[in-house]
Ligand binder design. Structure first.
Ligand code: SF4
Length: 65
């Protein structure tokens, strides 16, 4: 299976919360309304991908290694 790295560009995150709604185990908004990536141990790759697709500023990047 291909290993994937997830990168969140916090600079362009506008704090809409869509990713957190889809995958709350992986993404959480912090006090400054920017998203923190918590890791993908507790969520499925499909949910991560769905969150990335929903992000309006496309700041969640899935990098296949
Ligand atoms: S979906 Fe994108 S813009 Fe919205 S909170 Fe998540 S990372 Fe930020």
């Amino acid at each position: 299976m291909t290993k994937k790295e997830i990168y969140v560009d916090r600079l362009h995150c506008k704090g809409c919360g869509a990713c957190e709604e889809v995958a709350p185990e992986a993404f959480r908004l912090d006090d400054s309304e920017k998203v923190d990536y918590l890791g993908d141990d507790k969520t499925s790759p499909e949910k991560i991908e769905m969150a990335a697709n929903l992000c309006p500023t496309k700041c969640i990047e899935i990098i296949e290694e």
